[in-house]
Design a protein around this ligand. Structure first.
Ligand SMILES: O=C(O)CCC(=O)C(=O)O
Length: 262
């Protein structure tokens, strides 16, 4: 049985994103939360040398967040971002749920699908780093990923820095020259009072499918509890990172099915 209707995909195509609600049990979401806290506190049996771990900024300014580099940076819940979670069995079990494969196949068909990144995004309690408006695209890739699967691990609200999107903004690349899809300050200012600007208020465990070109950003956390999320960007496994002249992914997440044309 399909998880999605034609109306779901029509709404996705119109808005550039689709809220699909919860797809896993509270116990599963709690397990992801426990696992990421263990990873941050240095007590998970994972290879920390393989994980990109970035500390949160002390002042909320994007440019002053810590370096995005491999390896553990101390036992603290004040990480902003942790990547390479596809290598972690707990996160991998979640991101390979059949509902996510069905969503990915809508974009990529029967080919092999890899993760460009499987990352934890965190707004620690009373902290967080302002994330300017951007599109999830990377100039170094030889083809653009189209789907990001975003799961709120905690309730996300305007007060704790939930994601904001510009509905319908996925049809055009705004700043193709930028290496990571960020808008210039002038471009971002044009969306300040845009009626299509929406704050994605989510309950813990709720999932949003996002077109990678949907403009989005997020604020800081003014509450006493963290706002954690898990974000998986899926792509054609054959995608090449031209900067390094090698495959952009680190292994296949969903294997090719049947006879796939070369
Ligand atoms: O969680 C956030 O604040 C932003 C996440 C994001 O930009 C993404 O998943 O692409």
């Amino acid at each position: 049985m399909s998880h999605f209707s034609a109306q779901d995909w029509a709404l996705f195509d119109e808005q550039g994103y689709l809220c699909i609600g919860r797809v896993a049990s509270t116990a599963t979401i709690d397990a992801l939360c426990g696992r990421i806290d263990d990873i941050m506190l240095g007590r998970a049996p994972v290879d920390y040398r393989r994980m990109v771990m970035q500390l949160d900024s002390a002042n909320g300014v994007y440019e002053s967040a810590g370096p995005q580099s491999h390896g553990f940076k101390g036992a603290t819940l004040a990480y902003r971002k942790i990547e390479q979670l596809e290598a972690d069995p707990v996160f991998r079990a979640y991101m390979t749920l059949p509902v996510f494969e069905e969503a990915a196949r809508r974009f990529y068909g029967d080919i092999a699908i890899a993760a460009y990144r499987a990352m934890f995004m965190n707004k620690p309690a009373r902290r967080g780093t302002f994330l300017p408006l951007h599109q999830d695209r990377w100039r170094a890739l030889d083809r653009d990923p189209q789907l990001t699967i975003y799961t709120a691990l905690d309730r996300a609200t305007p007060e704790n820095g939930c994601v904001e999107v510009i509905a319908g903004s996925h049809r055009q690349l705004l700043n193709p020259q930028h290496a990571n899809g960020f808008l210039t300050a002038e471009m971002a200012a044009r969306f300040d009072n845009d009626p299509r600007r929406r704050k994605l208020t989510l309950e813990a465990g709720e999932v949003v499918l996002m077109h990678n070109w949907t403009i989005h950003g997020s604020g800081i956390n003014t509450t006493d509890t963290p706002r954690r999320a898990f974000s998986v960007c899926l792509m054609d496994a054959a995608t090449i990172n031209r900067r390094y002249d090698r495959l952009a992914g680190r292994g296949v997440i969903f294997a090719a099915r049947g006879d796939v044309p070369a």
